[in-house]
Ligand binder design. Structure first.
Ligand code: ADP
Ligand code: MG
Length: 600
């Protein structure tokens, strides 16, 4: 008896769907890309329960004929390529003709669509690849597609969906990748009846501001400089962050021909361009848009993968690095103070002091490949006083905004400077230029964070054994997360052993946490990693270090001895970035002599 037979389409589609539609975010991506391919100028996304119950995309694109509306859901049905040759000159986001077939295999889909030339539109309803309804309908030009109960017939996939919070984050990540390359299209994103993003049509810069900043103030994008390079091989445009505005958490986006991509090798090019300008654990934020002949790249790889191969990666690497370096060079040669920041910064000038230009020193021997000419010290030298030498802009410069200490300002302090503690919360230090106010708890967080991160990287956390082990009980999704973090938790000094499918026994804790109850700390870590969306090891390590530091730092209300205060200030000032906690809270503020004098 013959035993080989062809799978029915519905089964084949369901299997293939696993490839294309892995989670609500991949479904959203496919739908929105279709709208853009259809020339939409306005796209609305409506989501319920992070896409579990509803994912709806409404566009004003070209719409479909009655026949196409039905065909669109067939596997390998596409209007975008006709022959293999077309693959090499793709100008659309989609081309495989698999997305709708895959989506309708694992969800309940209802679509209405109409072309401008048709009087009536088409309504089609498909449940798990079965067409349950198709009829003419009245609807606006464009397409409105509603995907309900994703994975209703694939319980395993449904079960593997993460918490709503994580899935919503995935949806937004996918959404960002698209909206950042289509600034001329207006988008809205609604989740559970709440407008999460409202993005009017505009320029690339306006779109970036609308997504990450505040469109009214343009604060976010003013931290960037433009990159612009045109060569025969490739054109590169975009924005890179000014070194002084970099943080640990970076937005790093590459796009090629209107498509988001990950590219570790090109990331290296950017990092190289910044070398010597950022302290060790700071990352540059950037939005880089490549335009290149479609033949010179290969996007015909896995639909959910975001890596794209370039034919001539080394040449592009060089061009990119040079472009970024040029952009940064222009910036470092410019005066340090940003005079075009919306004009709303009031820089107080003492009346009869002549205004001098901010001094800028240029090191002609500067070579970013050698750390010798580093603008920021990568590592604090042993003698902390020497840190303050060689900075071109002294604090007494009359143009320096009074209380704003810029990232690269070092405040001259002496070992014998008077220090006080104020209300068991702040430390005041007398400096040459005024009174430095330090938040003791935050200062200690920054110090511990740097130490912990270092220990994590080298798996050198010191452990303190618990006399009485405690039990950490977790929910299923937390267990998955805990298993993922386990090696790093151990590296930092937790001694954890899995007791049962839903619990760990805690036998030891990091030395920094001595005498603290480990349960809330571990729960805090898990919660932070999840909430802040740490998806890579580097990111969750940061969250572990931050969370531990927050728990272990000297609290408000603790009085400190003079020696403790001095140590704290010294350790703080030795950090490459001492002004802010890793999550951006202000640690220090300077009350200048002029400000004090003005009060009398
Ligand atoms: P692909 O995008 O790879 O061609 P899809 O399965 O995503 O495959 O879509 C199949 C076809 O359905 C598309 O080629 C297009 O002709 C049509 N289509 C899908 N979505 C839309 C839309 N929003 N507006 C107009 N046509 C669409
Ligand atoms: Mg498509």
């Amino acid at each position: 008896m013959d035993i080989i037979h062809l799978l029915p389409d519905s089964v084949a589609n369901q299997i293939a769907a696993g490839e294309v539609i892995q989670r609500p975010a991949s479904c959203l991506k496919e739908l929105v890309e279709n709208s853009l391919d259809a020339g939409a100028k306005r796209v609305q996304v409506i989501v319920r329960d992070a896409g579990r119950t509803l994912l709806q995309v409404i566009d004003d694109g070209v719409g479909m004929s009655e026949m196409d509306a039905r065909l669109a859901f067939e596997r390998h049905a596409t209007s975008k390529i006709r022959e293999a040759q077309d693959l090499f000159s793709l100008r659309t986001m989609g081309f495989r003709g698999e997305a709708l077939a895959s989506i309708c295999a694992v969800a309940q889909v209802e679509m209405t669509t109409r072309r401008a030339e048709d009087e009536t539109g088409t309504l089609i309803e498909i449940h798990g690849s079965d067409v349950v309804r198709q009829e003419p309908c009245v609807c606006p030009v464009g397409t409105n597609i509603k995907v309900s109960n994703l994975f209703f017939n694939v319980p395993v996939r449904r079960k593997f969906l993460k918490t709503d919070q994580t899935e919503l984050r995935n949806l937004l990540t996918e959404f960002y990748h698209i909206v950042l390359v289509y600034p001329k299209v207006a988008f809205t994103f609604v989740h559970n009846d709440e407008i999460i993003l409202e993005l009017p049509a505009g320029t690339e810069k306006q779109r970036i501001e609308a997504v990450f900043g505040n469109p009214k103030r343009n604060v976010y994008t003013s931290a960037f400089v433009d990159v612009n390079t045109e060569t025969e091989l490739v054109s590169i445009r975009g924005f890179v962050i000014k070194p002084e505005n970099a943080t640990r958490k970076a937005e790093q986006y590459f796009f090629v021909n209107g498509r988001y991509m990950r590219h570790p090798y090109f990331l290296k090019a950017i990092q190289t361009a910044y070398s010597g300008m950022l302290s060790a654990d700071y990352q540059p934020s950037f939005f880089i848009y490549f335009t290149i002949a479609p033949e010179a790249i290969d996007v015909n790889i896995h639909p959910t993968k975001t890596e794209i191969k370039f034919a001539d990666e080394q040449a592009v690497f060089q061009i990119l690095m040079a472009a970024v370096r040029e952009a940064l060079g222009k910036f470092t040669l410019a005066p340090q103070i940003d005079f075009d920041t919306q004009g709303n910064i009031d820089i107080p000038l003492p009346k009869d002091t002549p205004v001098s230009r901010p001094q800028v020193t240029v090191d002609p021997t500067y070579n970013p490949f050698h750390t010798r000419g580093a603008i920021y010290p990568d590592r604090a030298p042993k003698n902390w006083e020497s840190l303050y030498e060689g900075f071109s802009q002294p604090l007494s410069d009359p143009i320096t905004p009074n209380t704003q200490i810029t990232q690269n300002t070092r405040i001259p302090l002496s070992d014998s400077a008077p220090v006080w503690q104020y209300k068991s919360k702040y430390i005041f230090v007398q400096t040459e230029n005024g009174l430095l106010l330090i938040n003791q708890h935050r200062a200690h967080i920054a110090i511990l964070y740097a130490q912990l991160l270092e220990q994590l990287t080298h798996a050198q956390g010191a452990m303190q054994q618990l006399l009485f082990p405690e039990v950490l009980s977790l929910q299923a999704d937390e267990m998955i997360l805990a298993a993922q973090l386990l090696p790093d938790l151990q590296a930092i000094g937790f001694d954890l052993e899995q007791l049962s499918p839903d619990s760990y026994s805690i036998q030891g804790i990091p030395a920094q946490l001595a005498n603290q109850s480990p349960l809330p700390v571990l729960q805090h870590i898990l919660q932070q990693v999840r909430e802040r969306g740490a998806d890579t090891q580097a990111e969750w390590r940061e969250q572990i270090a931050l969370s531990l530091a927050e728990n272990a730092a000297i609290p408000y209300g603790r009085s400190l001895t003079e020696a403790e205060m001095r140590d704290l200030v010294k350790d703080l000032m030795a950090l490459p970035q001492y002004r802010h906690t890793p999550d951006g809270k202000t640690i220090v503020s300077l009350l200048t002599d002029e400000e004090i004098a003005k009060r009398f």
